[in-house]
Design a protein around this ligand. Sequence first.
Ligand SMILES: [Zn+2]
Length: 382
Amino acid sequence: MTLLTQVYRSVFLSYIVLFSHSILNAQYDNRNLTFHQSSLSSFDGTFDVVIDPGHGGSDKGCTGSICHEKDVVLELALELGKSLQMQNHNIRVHYTRTSDEFVSLADRIKFANDLGGDLFLSLHFNADSHQYVNGSETYVGGLDFVHAHDEDHHGHGHSIIDNATKQELKKYELNNSDKMVVLKQSLDLAAMIEGGFERDLPFKSRGVKEAGFAVLKYINMPGALIEAGFLTNKKQEKFINSKEGIQEMSTCLSNSVTAFLSDLEQQYHSLNRSLVVTKNHKQKPVVTNIPINKEPKSFAIKVASSAKMPILNFDKKWDNLKAITVKKSGNTFHYLTGQYDSPEDAKAQLTVIRGLGFEHAYVTEIKSSSPKRKAIKYTAGD
Ligand SMILES: [Zn+2]
């Protein structure tokens, strides 16, 4: 096991501990997390699984020496769908594309949400400038303000969502409480997928990661973006480009997804369907991504920090914040609000923020050139 894998594992274990904790809170303490009438209260015993083969048509995705990503992800997607349906009587599989066609990111998102999907699997292969890099990695969407970017996962640029589309997709965004549940479920799913890859495939698992990819951001169901291997690694590309490779990967994925869904089904039953997420959620807190380090020097108000993972019980007071930005520094996530040109401006707002229930909030300086922030505390007794 590489050091990196160990790090991912330990980080991931912390996710699970933290999330399990918040789920328990959710179950037993509705003061902290509010769950709404569920889409899954109408769960009829059948899971609608949306398989999303990335790229397609004019968008080739990444390229190895013998194949294009768009072709191999489609092969994998179709095999996975077949395998899932063979393995489960209670799965309906839907594809965002079944041929070599271009489907916009927005259309993929709308398709999955509008059909009321229960699980979303976006399939991709990876590329790296170093040929030795190989393995798999699985991404979960996280909370939408974790990262301010909406880029395509490879930064290919074809699928950056414009502002008009963002507005259109906003209706699909879940409120913070629901996001927590979906994130917990997505992390479970991702862990099973990466665990399966590590166990069954001849390549290493690079772990579960989190990112603000648009394709995950607006999906209101548990889901993951799976980078099933590197096309730039000769050995792995050969494997991916073979019938046996596709078969092994799809079987492995199918086993993991099946295990996840059976856990999920049990969870729904045993929690008496209390841990479910609405799809008719009401318009929720305006959480916008403010690029806090555009200016060479600017100030924000830090309202909280959390270790290793953006995890907090977002109780009522968070709804009063107009915008939250999360910055990562080492293993710590800092929750910031506002952007001010001077410490005086920030300080003027500090009283208001504290009045909203963030008694320990303080003003902090943000430097775009340096990842480290110099904290300026104005408060006595903090
Ligand atoms: Zn891709």
